[in-house]
Write a protein that binds this ligand. Sequence first.
Ligand code: LMR
Length: 348
Amino acid sequence: MTIKTFSSTRRAIQAAIAMAGLGTLALHSPLSYAQQQIVIKFSHVVANDTPKGKGAERFKELAEKATKGRVKVEVYPNSTLYKDKEELEALQLGSVQMLAPSLAKFGPLGVKEYEVFDLPYIFPNTTVLKRVTEGPVGQSLFQKLESKGIKGLAYWDNGMKVMTANKPLHKVSDFRALKMRIQSSKVLDEQFRALKANPQVLAFSEVYTAMQTGVVDGSENTPSNVYTQKMHEVQSNLTVSDHGYIGYAVIVNKKFWDSLPADVRTQLEGAMKEATVYANTIAQKENDDALAAIKASGKTKVYYLSDEEKTEWRKALMTVHKSMAPRVGKDLIDAIYKESEAAGVKMN
Ligand code: LMR
């Protein structure tokens, strides 16, 4: 429930009681959250039929059940309420209570450390990713949100990105001079510059039209996002490259969260925990199914990099770890390398 709704509801009730002649008494009766339905507006930019979309719907179901209807979760998918940048501002203003932005979108908020997730090949496997998101690194990143009036609740997976364009993308030189849409991350900007392409930040909701009209030549995203936004209908070629990761931080307006009755907050934390397990369990399959559907559509040629091509891409893109260390923090990159080493993978 927003403060605005609370006070307007309170005013309406006070007015009704005053009209019934009970004014003075009623005005001194505090109206507690206990009698109110608490509304959580959960805004996001992707389709319902994606790992995040399904996770949000599952959270709604679990939260409403756990609180026996005391909390109502309204999910607004597909940028129906806000686009990328606006939704973070809306969360800080309290116009919405919950979001799950891609980890690549926290830079403009002033928390550039999240862009560490955008470094190419930073996660050699999901074990390392989980060690990061579920361990001290993930927690320390959540801590950085608090001064922005935001609280981090969970990390949700989408998956590994593919590259798309209207030409085959096999070799590094195939990217030269291509206009590539990126999320608002300086690491992603640097990644495409390392490939000699021209990166361009665009809101997710604008990508399909930009591809259709030639404003951009291509992009990178997960198969589930490509398929549900129909990007494969306006891109002739897709390369399975596994060069980078897309995941989310589920975040809430801190003031709102802290003001919840303790029992409700505990119930919501339980619902979030369960929804997180669900979202992270389905993510890989959602992307596998989406890639299969893209292939079946016959609209896009799907290509898998050869080992030689993978080596060439990796050589060009690993330079970004070094060039972006001053931005995201060398200590943070080293902390992730350490998690890799602890999981038995040597990084550099
Ligand atoms: C994008 O903007 O490309 C995506 O990360 C959107 C999303 O939330 O998955």
